[in-house]
Design a protein around this ligand. Structure first.
Ligand code: GLN
Length: 304
């Protein structure tokens, strides 16, 4: 299969179509992004890379970093984390409060905001310098020490993140946040503010397409069994209340963010990152979803 020519064809097809999404504006800093940016980058398990469009531009990866956050926590704390957060799809929006009341403060999964906050709390209890240590983990798996938090984006969200504040304090009321909620929120907003290009993003997720091993030196980031489980959660929970739709149309584990990025991967084959800032009404990149649907259709290969 000629991956580059398939990527080029689909990219051109999508450029001709109308972009029906709308940029996220609830975080003021994200509203400043050029809505017409569009990039794609793929890296195969063997290390072959191909990119097109704005694949070298950095953007706010937002909720995509929840997968990397879980990877670090799972590696450090093992299965004990599952007593604090579930592995069920929520079927609700990423920032929903609704199920926490009946679920007694145990978030349905680590990829909704509530779940990621509990993971932040676990890491704060475990690490002396959680922000620095998480960033170092991300830099290591990407092989790039230039990756940093965007202070501007973190502060911008901190100023208006009323719903996230509500989520964190609500979970605290059920005693499923152990640390100071302000510290947890500060860590959470920083985690979301990481900026990467499509090229860096596909590289950072390479270990999940490679049985837990990082490509460059074949170092184990996480065990094979844990990598499979993280992929399983991406498959079922990576797109909030559009997870079923993504599974149906694309058939790969993946994760989206409100910055317009999507990462998807085929275990043992490749990881692919797409970025287009305009989102559909579920908060997932309109063109990103469309690109990946055409991609697995064209190459006639998904995990199913
Ligand atoms: N930082 C964003 C928030 O908490 C992340 C949401 C997302 O990417 N879906 O609202």
């Amino acid at each position: 299969m000629n991956y580059p020519s398939s990527i080029k064809d689909i990219y051109q097809t999508i450029l001709k179509e109308e972009d029906l999404g709308a940029i996220a504006t609830y975080i003021p800093e994200l509203a400043k992004v050029n809505p017409n940016k569009f990039g794609v980058h793929l890296i195969t398990k063997e290390g072959f890379e191909f990119g097109i469009g704005d694949y070298k531009d950095q953007f706010s990866i937002q909720s995509i970093s929840k997968v990397l956050l879980l990877s670090l926590a799972y590696q450090l704390l093992g299965d004990s984390i599952w007593s604090r957060v579930g592995v069920e799809p929520s079927g609700t929006a990423f920032n929903s409060l609704i199920q926490l009341e009946s679920d007694l403060g145990i978030p349905r999964n680590p990829f909704i905001n509530a779940g990621a906050m509990v993971i932040c709390d676990l890491l704060i209890s475990q690490l002396v310098h959680p922000k620095e240590d998480f960033l170092e983990f991300v830099q290591n798996i990407t092989g790039n020490t230039d990756i940093i938090y965007s202070k501007k984006v973190a502060q911008s969200e901190q100023k208006v993140g009323y719903r996230n504040v509500a989520l964190c304090y609500f979970i605290k009321s059920f005693d499923n946040i152990k640390n100071d909620p302000e510290e947890v929120l500060d860590f959470y907003f920083h985690v979301c503010s990481i900026e990467m290009s499509c090229q860096e993003l596909s590289n950072s997720f390479h270990f999940l397409a490679n049985d837990g091993f990082r490509n460059i030196h074949q170092e184990e980031v996480i065990s094979m069994s844990k990598a499979k489980r993280i992929n399983a959660i991406m498959q079922t929970c990576g797109f909030y209340d559009e997870s079923g739709e993504f599974s149906f149309k694309v058939g790969l584990p993946g994760k989206s963010g409100v910055g317009g990025g999507i990462i998807a991967l085929h275990p043992d084959k490749y990881s692919i990152a797409v970025w287009s800032p305009k989102l559909n009404d579920k908060g997932n990149s309109y063109r990103g979803m469309r690109f990946l649907e055409l991609w697995t259709s064209k190459i006639e290969s998904s995990i199913f």
